[in-house]
Design a protein around this ligand. Structure first.
Ligand code: CMP
Length: 132
């Protein structure tokens, strides 16, 4: 079993899609082992996305991620990190495969409804940034 972090982003919480995302994840056999709802501060959002420092979309991304509540959760499953990336689809929903969460509900490349860790190492760091 391995663990990864998923965040339901403000565009999805605002449209009452938290339950939809959770239902998709449970049907895909993820076990939710931790979950909370939080409003990120600018500092927290910048720290979380520090890897994107210097990218042209960072300021808008921070504004978006602090615009409403987010729901981070720790998910457990075999091969959790890679499986979840497949399950949510490409960053840009225009390129997301049919049947993925982003294909179904994402608005655009920024308001793409969910975030998922991209490696086991980052999953550990990202989980620790929300949960003890
Ligand atoms: P996420 O998987 O959380 O990782 C970084 C986020 O930056 C991404 O989803 C999008 O919400 C946002 N973003 C906005 N523009 C871009 C872009 N051009 N390329 C990648 N990510 C972007």
């Amino acid at each position: 079993m391995s663990r990864t972090l998923l965040i339901v982003k403000p565009d999805a919480t605002e449209r009452n899609l938290i339950g939809h995302v959770i239902s998709r994840l449970e049907k895909a056999r993820y076990k939710i082992v931790e979950m909370r709802m939080v409003r990120l501060t600018e500092e927290q959002a910048r720290k979380f996305y520090a890897v994107h420092e210097g990218k042209p979309f960072l300021d808008d991304l921070v504004k978006f991620m602090t615009s409403g509540p987010v729901v981070p959760m720790v998910l457990e499953k075999e091969n959790a990190v890679l499986d979840l990336r497949t399950c949510i689809g490409a960053t840009n929903p225009a390129n997301a495969d049919c049947g993925t969460i982003r294909y179904e509900i994402a608005v655009d490349i920024e308001k793409n409804s969910v975030h998922a860790s991209d490696s086991d190492d980052n999953a550990k760091i990202e989980i620790e940034s929300f949960f003890n």
